[in-house]
Design a protein around this ligand. Structure first.
Ligand SMILES: O=C(O)CCC(=O)C(=O)O
Ligand SMILES: [Fe+2]
Length: 316
């Protein structure tokens, strides 16, 4: 009996030990599950941090832009949006022309000077002209005044090369529209910078540009380099750009960027939008590479020096 009891006692001891072991295992399992839950939470947080940093990095790559002066979707009208900047010393190395030489420098954007319909007519004119030839690389120009048109890796004079065919491509009305638009741009520049429009002259080059994402074949195709118009073109005192297509729908990339010391400021092209600025190094700028589609614009610039004046383009 005693043996039996002691065996029984041993038996109940054994089962208690077994229970304890099971409880211990269960507890250990529970705590390891809790441990792995902590690990999963940690991994999730780490993943989120990675995703947010990648997103921040990608958006910062997309734009080194500090400020957008005019977005594609907004209509800047009737008054131009004007940003004043301090004039550079560039003008001091040139003869001064009172009533024209920049005393107030800056940049401005307006959608109230050229209608979208007029921009479309000018764009068709550019398309027809460039259909005659065009660069092999991504950037073609057509200078209506000199007749220079990109052709392959060179330029041809459309007026000489295509002679009589030209009247099938451009009409007198096209040239009249160019003149009207040029006059309106001249007036808005004069008004904005406090100039006498009669003392400003159209200067060369004045050209249509067509840019797409084809790889550059020559230096002429490398439109994206930062530059100062007064240095690049010499005679320019005021530059204007009339956009003939829409950023975001006709093309991507291709924003105009003012490169200031404290950041980049961009203008998003919009058909009919005129962007204008004093041409000195206070307005260092570049065009972003076009990543898809085709971008059309016209550069129309003015000088204060009558010796650099050109007449409006006309059919020969
Ligand atoms: O097309 C543009 O937006 C700018 C062109 C330009 O910088 C230039 O013609 O000098
Ligand atoms: Fe420029």
């Amino acid at each position: 009996m005693a043996l039996l009891r002691s065996r029984n006692a041993k038996g109940s001891n054994a089962s208690e030990i077994e229970k304890k072991i099971k409880r211990g295992n269960a507890l250990r399992q529970g705590s390891s599950w809790r441990g792995s839950r902590g690990l999963v939470a940690f991994l999730l947080v780490a993943l989120c941090v990675c995703a947010i940093s990648t997103w921040l990095y990608v958006t910062s790559l997309d734009s080194d832009i500090t400020e957008t002066l005019a977005r594609h979707g907004e209509l800047v009208s009737p008054q131009p949006r004007v940003y004043t900047v301090q004039c550079s010393e560039d003008y001091e190395n040139h003869k001064r022309y009172p009533g024209c030489t920049p005393q107030k420098c800056g940049r401005a954007v307006t959608d109230g000077v050229v209608t979208r319909e007029e921009a479309q007519v000018l764009r068709r004119l550019a398309e027809r002209g460039m259909m005659l030839a065009g660069s092999e690389g991504g950037a073609s120009i057509l200078d209506l005044h000199s007749g220079a048109l990109s052709m392959g890796k060179q330029f041809v004079n459309i007026y000489r090369y295509f002679q009589d065919q030209i009247s099938d491509v451009f009409t007198q009305e096209d040239f009249k529209l160019y003149r009207d638009v040029r006059g309106r741009i001249q007036a808005v520049i004069a008004e904005t910078f406090g100039l006498d429009p009669a003392l400003m002259y159209l200067t060369k080059p004045t050209f249509f540009s067509r840019i797409n994402s084809t790889a550059a074949k020559t230096q002429h195709d490398e439109y994206w380099h930062p530059h100062v118009d007064k240095v690049t073109y010499g005679s320019f005192d005021y530059t204007s750009l009339l956009y003939l297509s829409d950023y975001g729908s006709d093309f991507t990339g291709g924003r105009f960027v003012f490169m200031d010391q404290n950041g980049n400021r961009t203008v998003e092209p919009r058909a009919g939008r005129v962007s204008f600025f004093s041409s000195g190094s206070e307005n260092l700028h570049r065009v972003e590479k076009v990543t898809s589609g085709t971008r059309y614009a016209i550069t129309v610039s003015f000088t204060c020096d009558s010796e650099h004046a050109i007449s409006d383009p006309a059919l020969p």
